[in-house]
Design a binder for this molecule. Structure first.
Ligand SMILES: Nc1ncnc2c1ncn2[C@@H]1O[C@H](COP(=O)(O)OP(=O)(O)OP(=O)(O)O)[C@@H](O)[C@H]1O
Ligand SMILES: Nc1nc2c(ncn2[C@@H]2O[C@H](COP(=O)(O)O)[C@@H](O)[C@H]2O)c(=O)[nH]1
Length: 198
């Protein structure tokens, strides 16, 4: 595998992965690059096609999966999500640290590949706080919110598997969680910064 080691950010929906990721991409603009996933869910207000996700139909996505264009894919809360080979290659071509924001099924599938990322699970302090964050985000219907909470309980159980994650971050205080994230990535950040000088 060429270039710096990728990073997988996983954890329940609403735990704060995107919030942490946005801070990282802003503070280290040219060091990290986001792996833009495909999804069949509808865009949320403000989400940009090709930047936040590649928004596609189920038929389009299945066709590309069948053509072997995906590293991993999964069904989450009634929609398909997946990481294309192209999404990761686009970041690695810039010699950036590729960050994947994927669910726990994706983690298990990436483990079967030779991507060799650093695996991080971002978790909420409690299910009650997670529910409040998801409700306050105002992106979900009651039905999808309940589906996400059910998936969150499964995620939190499965993530206890020894060795599945290199680090579990409890995102209670955002700044503390962000410091923990930067700390575990420091070595890769330094290596990437050094490689830019040579
Ligand atoms: N430490 C925190 N304290 C309070 N609110 C937070 C904290 N971290 C994130 N949030 C808020 O919680 C909500 C969920 O965060 P975010 O969208 O980043 O979660 P996510 O894990 O990326 O979810 P999804 O997997 O659904 O994309 C957001 O409204 C965000 O502003
Ligand atoms: N297995 C994959 N999971 C993915 C991918 N992209 C996002 N996700 C996960 O889906 C849920 C829901 O995301 P949302 O944007 O609808 O809130 C979340 O847990 C993401 O981590 C992917 O390519 N593969």
């Amino acid at each position: 595998m060429q270039g710096p080691r990728p990073v997988v950010l996983s954890g329940p929906s609403g735990a704060g992965k995107s919030t942490l990721l946005k801070k990282l991409l802003k503070d280290y603009e040219n060091i990290f690059g986001f792996s833009v996933s495909h999804t069949t869910r509808q865009p949320r207000p403000g989400e940009v096609n090709g930047k936040d996700y590649h928004f596609v139909t189920r038929e389009e996505m299945q066709k590309e999966i069948d053509a072997g264009e995906f590293i991993e894919h999964a069904e989450f809360s009634g929609n398909m999500y997946g990481t294309s080979k192209g999404a990761v290659q686009a970041v690695q071509a810039q010699n950036q640290i590729c960050v994947l924001d994927i669910d726990i099924q994706g983690v298990k599938n990436i483990k079967k590949t030779d991507l060799n990322p650093i695996y991080i699970s971002v978790q909420p302090p409690s299910i009650e706080i997670l529910e409040k964050r998801l409700r306050d985000r105002k992106t979900e219907t009651e039905e999808s919110l309940l589906k996400r909470l059910t998936a969150a309980r499964v995620d939190l159980e499965l993530s206890k598997e020894p060795g599945l994650f290199d680090l579990i971050i409890i995102n209670d205080d955002l700044e503390k969680a962000y410091s923990e994230l930067k700390e575990v990535l420091l070595e890769e950040i330094k290596k990437t910064q050094e490689s830019r000088k040579s």
